[in-house]
Design a protein. Structure first.
Length: 192
């Protein structure tokens, strides 16, 4: 298979996951995009911030192409976990704009390198090719886009698979209410 085709495919999928993360913020209040929705504090804006910083690290530091802005260091215990939530002083626009700037920086790194060009990932303590980094970032971004899907549904019932707002699998809310009820009944039948 042609390396350029592989690289383009991975990059397209990474871009789609990035867009999905940002899209999940649309129409929600500042409070809702920051609300911790799980016991560990997972929140929509924090997912965007985390992915921005991760892209900057992986496609910057790893390949000797540092992102030109000051970001929390991966190895600084004083800021550990700060990339998973937005401080009150950080706005949605600031974080989304940061993410978009890291996209441009990441895309420039991807364009400049071949899939077998290597970089050193300090937190893995391993030298790896661009292909491995692209695959790892795609998996992580898609995983966090899935988290965002669930958080958004919990916040306002919003579901969908793309920025066009198409209904999930072409089904309306009444279908999903009936399906949830059916699944709940099956679960309750297993109570001992």
């Amino acid at each position: 298979m042609d390396d350029d085709v592989v690289k383009m495919h991975l990059q397209q999928k990474l871009r789609a996951a990035r867009e999905a993360l940002v899209w999940k913020l649309d129409g929600l209040s500042e409070c809702d995009i920051r609300r911790p929705m799980t016991p560990t504090g997972t929140n929509l804006l924090g997912l965007v911030k985390h992915n921005a910083i991760s892209d900057a690290r992986y496609f910057g530091d790893v390949f000797g192409r540092p992102f030109p802005e000051q970001l929390p260091r991966w190895d600084d215990p004083a800021v550990a976990g700060m990339d998973h939530w937005a401080a009150a002083s950080e706005t949605r626009d600031q974080i989304v704009d940061l993410y978009r700037r890291t996209w441009a920086h990441s895309d420039a790194t991807i364009s400049a390198l071949d899939l077998d060009d290597t970089g050193f990932v300090p937190w893995w303590q391993e030298t790896v090719p661009l292909f491995n980094v692209m695959a790892a970032r795609l998996v992580d971004a898609a995983r966090h886009a899935g988290h965002a899907d669930i958080l958004r549904e919990l916040l306002d019932g919003g579901v969908g698979v793309d920025v066009d707002g198409l209904p999930l699998h072409g089904r309306d809310s009444s279908y999903w209410e009936a399906r949830r009820s059916l699944i709940e009944d099956a679960a309750r039948a297993q109570r001992t």
